[in-house]
Structure formats: structure tokens, C-alpha cells
Design a protein around this ligand. Structure first.
Ligand SMILES: Nc1nc2c(ncn2[C@@H]2O[C@H](COP(=O)(O)OP(=O)(O)OP(=O)(O)O)[C@@H](O)[C@H]2O)c(=O)[nH]1
Ligand SMILES: [Mg+2]
Length: 686
């Protein structure tokens, strides 16, 4: 669309902006600077001192990193802004992904750091795919040097959308002390915790400004023919036109502007806020992006986070996409009741303040929506609005087994786990019926550590943690015919059951099958199911200590007693038959082998291959990752026992950017020392 006469107007109404970006880039610090600049806090806190609005939970403070979303609403020049400070660690990425549908724009906080480019790329991908307007905030320029000229070259690798430098730094020696805004054509000197001071733009800085501005305009002109003509004819485009193009092209996702600053000193923060005020879209455009249909509904809201507070109970943090809602509003989600609002709150980190009904565009917390879940689209009124988005958590990559230290806490643990999963859908709880373990699956070590800390801190359950058991099995290599006899004559009624079993090995993956080959009624019909049950009992723990699979058992002979035989006696006989027979069948251990697919930046592929080989992996090959420049996919088969903490090494080989998925492939025989150790450990545990 050409921009001719298409004046991009400033969006009005409440805004919702996410602060996203790689690990430790300064998002929480930037939020703090924004809150200080807009007067929501009196003094800017620091992450080091543990007094920021973001990272207010005990777990975040302890680890000095964001481990969950922080929501803070403030006012800037008469408009309400809600900022969503997202964790940067890939292990907590679901908290970021779940908020994206709700936001008008994202500020991607980044650094001049080559190692963090792949992570930046991952985040920009998410935003690109959801068509979310985004601008980069190059943070920590207090630590940058003259090399900041290369900033575009470095960061462009992470973005499929063209980046445009909106500002250039100015130096005093090697230190950045200010910037020139290329749209305003005005030079500023940074002041600590105060607005930057305007200075004259002249000399060598003015020359650099001209070149940089021209290249900014050239990029804008890619999407504006009129501007292109003006540039070709050497006509200075009017300032308003430049701002209009910046606004329109940002909103349409055609370009991604880059601003810069130093969050710790609040430098560059006012310009960032002004850019958001003038250029970011508002709820009208966001509702269009999400295809919200306001007709026929009283209210539509998207749940971006669920929290269980100690005093307030359950809080659903929502963005109002249409209409208005307050105390007493009943919401539905799809076909389900979501609950009735009992309390509307404005959030500034850990503090919540009761307020009135929420209007379209506002981001608030609703109390007591008992059945609302993160990611739900809630609607009130006659019509039910279809979901505006569906964000599934990434498949988990690491597991631990947990149990309550005290038996009496079992029920409490169950309830706490439900709440944990409600707050964090990327935690998956699996009960293993075979081992009676509760297994917590998550996105990495820190993710699981924080989850278990919360179970302790918040819900008061003292936990034991273990490595989850590997799903070993055993099978047999040769067959045997074995008698199983149960006979007891201890006064009164006796017990008598007698069977002959033909036990045979079967191909991998066939499991267990049973066949009745009795002729002439030597074992009466009605006892035969009991014989099978007895065999199944016996297969639960084979001679090596594991469930036995891949065998066929036929009942070929036996005998009975008219008075003493019973279901129980035949069940026992069946069990005795396999228990005595299997040790003579050359039992062998089976271990599960999974097919894994590791995605990683190509420069780490060799390391990943080495890592897999070191873990008894069989590498099947690697390919370039479809649609991902500079990334590979490595496929391998690897034993389940070696997947355990694989993610830890994959992340360390890829600066946190690599990950994998896995699925069960087959069971393989395992012999030798490793097998002996596993069997010995099983015996010791029994
Ligand atoms: N020198 C310098 N340090 C900064 C700046 N901004 C943040 N930091 C420091 O960088 C570290 C990380 O800051 P945070 O604000 O916690 O970063 P974050 O992006 O929120 O981190 P996660 O949420 O854990 O990904 C802290 O030690 C900050 O003090 C900056 O502009 N300059
Ligand atoms: Mg943070």
C-alpha cells in the first residue's frame, strides 16, 4: 500500500507492550527505568539490590533472573500503558509466548553480543510469525564501544524483517555519551536518570547523521514509492512524512526500528516511550490482527497469565479485547463456564490495587475466575467468541521424579501440583503407575528447580527429588517347557493347581501373548483365566528385576483336584511356572531407544554430533533446518538413559539456543558392564 495521503494517526487508549529479549539483556531493568520515568515508582531500583518491581518473587530474587512474567501498569502523557516484563531464559519462554496475542507491540531488548544472536533470532521468529509489531532496544550502550557501528550487521542476522537504525550514538572518546535521533534530526546528550539534553547537531556528527538518515530513508522507501522518487530527485522529504512512514511500516511489520540506551541509567528511555506513544498500534489494530468480532458480545478478554496469590486467591490477568467487564461479569470460554469476576485489580508487579470495571484495551487482573486458563479467550454476553489464539507449550525436555518427604503431605502435594500447572502450562505432571513416581517434566534445570522451590516456599511441601526411572524391560532368548505346581495340605481345605507352560521368545515389540492349548479338560475351562493372570503377575518382575516382554506362553498341560483346586491356586501355579521357567531362558535386559531431533545453529553442529556419540547415540544424519538460515537439524537414535540431562549439554553447546524433541523408537538388548550395573542397582533398590 502506498503511503500517499495515508496519514498514520497516533493510537489512543490503553496500550499493552511486552518487553522481551535474550537472557539478561536488561528487560527487568528497563521496566524499572520506565516505571521511574513515568512516576509509578519514586526511585529506580536495581536487580543487584533486589528492589525492582519486576522479579518480585522469592525465586526470582534468589536467582537474580526473571522466572515468570511481571505485569506493571503506569501512565505516560495521559495514556495508560501496561508493560509485560517477560523472562529471557528459554526455560521460561512459555510465559513470553502466552502473552504475545495480547500485546500491541514488543520491545525487544538486546545487546551487542554475537553469542546472543541465535536467541534473539528465536524471539524475533515468534513475533514475526504472530505478525506482532516490534522494535529493538539496543541496551547497555554504556558498555559498548565504537564498534556499535556494526550493530545493524550483527543484529540483522536475527531478523527476517529489515532493521532500521533510528538513532546513532555519539561519543566522547570511546564512550557513548549521547545519540542523534535520525527522524527528529536532533542530537542529545544522556543525563543520568533524567531526560537527555538537546545539543546542536554539527561537525562530524552532522555528517554521520546525514549518511545514517539517508540509509534509514532508503529502507523506508522500499515500501513507499513517493519517498523513493523524492530520494532519487534529492528532495528532502517533510519530517511528518518520515514519521508517518516509520509508524505505518512498524505497524505493518515491514520494518523493525532500532533504538538504543542504557537501562541502568534510564538513558534512551524517554525516546523509547515517545516512539511507543506515537508509533505503536493500539487496541483497535490489535483487535483487527486477532480478528476480534465485537458485535454481539458484551466483552472479550484474553487470559495472558494465571497466578495464585497467597491472599487474593486465583488471579487471571487479561487484556480486554472488546467491550467492558467488571465485578459480577460472567465469562465463558468455548463451551465452558469460566467463572464470575469477583474483584478487578490494577497490577504493578507484586502489588495489586482494587479498581472499577475494565474497558477495552486495558490489562487487568480478574479475581476468582475459577475455571479460566492461561491462553483462553473469554467472552461475556449472548455470543461466544472463538479463541483468538492457541499457544501450545513446547514439548518438555527434562524430568525429575518427586515425592513428599512426609506421607501426610501427599494430598497437599497433589493440590500444589495442580496450582503449579495452572500457573505454568509448560510444567507437565505425569504419574507413572509402574514405578508409582510423580514425574515433573519441564523446559530445563532452572525451570524444574524453580517449580520445586515454589512447591516448598509457597505451598509448604517438603520434597524429595530423584532421577526418574528409565523404562527398562527384559526379555528371553530361548524357550522352555516348565511345570508350575502349587500344592498345600495344611488342615481343612487344601490348595491345588498344576500347569505346564511352553514359554517361547517372540520378536521385539510383540509384548506378551497367551494361548490355551488344553485338551481333554486336564485344566478345567473356568480356571484358565486365572492361570493367565498368574503368568501376568509373574511377568511384572522378571529374573533381572524388570517387566518381561516379547514372549508367548502356551498352557499345554496340567492337572486339578476336585476339592482343593481354586482360581487362587491356579493363579499361584501360573506365577510359579513363569518364575521358575524364566531364569532358564537366558534373560536379557532391554533398554528404550528414542529418536531425537536436535535443532541448533550450524556452527554448533559438530559439537552436537560429538555429544551424541559420547552418549551411545547413533547419528542418522543432519540437514539444514527448513526455513531457518544458519540452523541445522541433527537426527539420532539414543538410549533413554542418555537423554536424561541431554538438554543441559545441548544448551551449553549452543549458547542456550539449541533444543530437541524425542519420541520412543524401539527397545534394544543391552548386555555387558552397563547392563550388569543397571541390574545390580535394581537389586539393591528392591
Ligand atoms: N552496564 C549495564 N548493565 C545493565 C544494563 N541494563 C541491565 N544491566 C544489568 O544486566 C543484568 C541483567 O539485567 P536484568 O534487567 O535482570 O535483565 P533481564 O533481561 O530482565 O534478565 P532475564 O529476565 O533474566 O532475562 C543486571 O546485572 C543489570 O544490572 C545497562 O543498560 N547497562
Ligand atoms: Mg528480567
Amino acid at each position: 500500500m502506498a503511503a500517499n495521503g495515508n496519514h498514520a494517526t497516533r493510537a489512543t487508549g490503553p496500550r499493552c507492550i511486552a518487553l522481551v529479549g535474550p537472557f539478561q539483556s536488561g528487560k527487568t531493568t528497563l521496566l524499572e527505568a520506565i516505571l521511574a520515568r513515568t512516576g509509578a515508582v519514586a526511585r529506580q531500583g536495581t536487580v543487584e539490590a533486589g528492589n525492582t518491581v519486576g522479579d518480585g518473587s522469592k525465586e526470582a530474587r534468589d536467582h537474580r533472573m526473571s522466572v515468570e512474567l511481571t505485569v506493571a501498569t503506569t501512565n505516560f502523557m495521559g495514556d495508560s500503558y501496561t508493560f509485560l516484563d517477560c523472562p529471557g531464559s528459554v526455560e521460561f519462554v512459555h510465559d513470553m509466548r502466552a502473552v504475545l496475542p495480547a500485546i500491541d507491540a514488543a520491545v525487544v531488548v538486546c545487546e551487542m553480543d554475537e553469542k546472543k544472536v541465535p536467541q534473539l533470532q528465536l524471539i524475533l521468529r515468534e513475533l514475526e510469525e504472530q505478525k506482532i509489531p516490534r522494535l529493538l532496544f539496543l541496551n547497555k550502550v554504556d558498555k559498548a564501544d565504537a564498534a556499535v557501528h556494526d550493530v545493524l550487521n550483527l543484529l540483522q542476522r536475527a531478523s527476517r524483517t529489515k532493521l532500521i537504525l533510528r538513532q546513532i550514538p555519539t561519543f566522547s572518546g570511546d564512550i557513548i555519551t549521547g545519540f542523534v535521533d535520525l527522524a527528529l534530526e536532533r542530537a542529545f546528550i544522556y543525563k543520568e536518570h533524567a531526560p537527555s539534553e538537546v545539543v546542536t547537531l554539527d561537525g562530524d556528527v552532522a555528517d554521520r547523521e546525514k549518511t545514517a538518515r539517508f540509509s534509514m530513508l532508503e529502507t523506508l522507501a522500499d515500501h513507499d514509492d513517493e519517498l523513493m522518487e523524492q530520494l532519487l530527485e534529492d528532495i528532502q522529504p517533510p519530517r511528518d512524512k518520515v514519521f508517518d512512514d516509520l509508524t505505518r511500516e512498524l505497524r505493518e511489520g515491514l520494518v523493525c526500528p532500532v533504538l538504543m540506551g542504557t537501562a541502568t541509567r534510564a538513558n534512551g528511555v524517554l525516546r523509547l516511550l515517545k516512539a511507543l506513544r506515537h508509533e505503536s498500534p493500539g487496541i483497535a489494530e490489535t483487535a483487527k490482527r486477532l480478528s476480534v468480532k465485537a458485535a454481539g458480545v458484551d466483552a472479550v478478554a484474553y487470559v495472558l497469565k494465571t497466578q495464585n496469590t497467597t491472599h487474593g486467591g486465583k488471579m487471571s490477568i487479561v487484556r480486554m479485547l472488546a467491550g467492558q467487564a467488571g465485578d459480577g461479569t460472567t465469562f465463558v470460554s468455548g463451551d465452558d463456564e469460566a467463572g464470575r469476576v469477583a474483584g478487578v485489580f490494577k497490577l504493578v508487579g507484586q502489588t495489586s490495587e482494587k479498581r472499577g470495571a475494565a474497558a477495552v484495551g486495558e490489562t487487568v487482573a480478574f479475581a476468582k475466575l475459577d475455571r479460566a486458563k492461561t491462553g483462553d479467550t473469554l467472552s461475556a454476553g449472548k455470543q461466544v467468541h472463538p479463541p483468538v489464539a492457541k499457544i501450545e507449550p513446547y514439548p518438555p525436555v527434562l524430568a525429575i521424579a518427586i515425592s513428599a518427604k512426609e506421607r501426610k503431605d501427599d494430598v497437599k502435594l497433589g493440590q500444589a501440583l495442580n496450582k503449579l500447572a495452572e500457573e505454568d502450562p509448560s510444567i507437565i505432571i505425569v504419574h507413572n503407575p509402574e514405578t508409582h513416581e510423580v514425574v515433573l517434566w519441564g523446559q530445563g534445570e532452572m525451570h524444574l528447580r524453580v517449580a520445586t522451590e515454589r512447591l516448598g516456599d509457597r505451598y509448604g511441601v517438603v520434597l524429595e527429588r530423584r532421577q526418574p526411572s528409565v523404562g527398562y524391560r527384559e526379555t528371553i532368548r530361548k524357550g522352555i517347557v516348565q511345570r508350575g505346581r502349587h500344592k498345600k495340605q495344611s488342615g481343612g481345605h487344601g490348595q491345588y493347581g498344576d500347569v505346564v507352560l511352553d514359554i517361547k521368545p517372540m520378536p521385539r515389540g510383540s509384548g506378551f501373548s497367551f494361548e490355551d492349548k488344553i485338551t481333554g479338560g486336564v485344566v478345567p475351562r473356568n480356571y484358565i483365566p486365572s492361570v493367565e493372570e498368574g503368568i501376568v503377575d509373574g511377568l511384572k518382575h522378571g529374573p533381572l528385576g524388570f517387566p518381561v516382554v516379547d514372549l508367548h506362553v502356551s498352557l499345554i498341560d496340567g492337572s486339578y483336584h476336585t476339592v482343593d483346586s481354586s482360581d487362587m491356586a491356579f493363579r499361584t501355579a501360573g506365577r510359579i511356572g513363569v518364575a521358575e521357567g524364566l531364569p532358564q531362558c537366558q534373560p536379557v535386559l532391554l533398554e528404550p531407544i528414542h529418536l531425537v531431533e536436535i535443532v541448533c545453529p550450524s556452527d554448533a553442529t559438530a559439537k552436537i554430533n560429538a555429544l551424541l556419540s559420547g552418549r551411545r547415540g547413533q547419528i542418522l544424519g543432519f540437514d539444514t533446518r527448513d526455513g531457518w538460515d544458519g540452523w541445522d537439524v541433527v537426527r539420532a537414535k539414543i538410549p533413554e538413559a542418555e537423554i536424561g540431562d541431554l538438554i543441559v549439554e545441548v544448551r551449553s553447546a549452543t549458547a542456550g539456543a539449541g533444543t530437541f524433541t524425542f519420541k520412543f523408537d524401539h527397545m534394544a538388548e543391552l548386555t555387558g558392564r552397563t547392563a550388569d550395573q543397571i541390574i545390580a542397582a535394581r537389586r539393591a533398590a528392591a
